[in-house]
Design a protein around this ligand. Sequence first.
Ligand SMILES: [Zn+2]
Length: 206
Amino acid sequence: MSVSGPDEQRPVNEQDTPAQPPADALSDAEIERLLAASTLPTNYSMHLLGFQTKEDAEKLAGVVGAFLRLFGTFLNLERLDAITVAYDYDTALKEVDRGTTCQELTATNDTFARGVAMTVRVLHESQVKCHIVAAAGLMNSLQEPNDPDYKLAIGILAHEAAHVHDLLMQDRAYPGVLLRRATGLFFYRGCKRKIKRKHSGISSAC
Ligand SMILES: [Zn+2]
């Protein structure tokens, strides 16, 4: 009598067979179609700061752009104004042109955590948009799938992209409100009353 275990039921050449994509995997044509429909704007700007060579910067820019394009297939990224990837993350955060008077942004840095990415809300051409700032040290991990921080870097960039989507949803739900009270005056849409506020604006730090 012979007993057949699960291992014995596998094809003989399984060890030599390349991994097959799951049955519901998208075809190359479907992936191309999705990417072509990505919501990533064609006119967003990317700033790479502190890189040793232009080639290093351009290489990472290509990878970051590809991930953002991918995220734009399931998130709405039309309000992405810019992304800055910098070795000096803290300074890059401070130097974002927010298009309005806001409290200076500082990176999270305490006993619990150190910030490596933030999505900043900016006012550009009278529209509230997002500027992602990310630490180059982490974003570099996107270039190497075997890097121990590869998945972390993907997750953090996707998280920031989700803030871009979220901003659009909030602006649609409450048009004309976001960032509009940054100067200390709250412009009440509809009756044009100006109400003095003590605090200074809605910030997007996260
Ligand atoms: Zn966040």
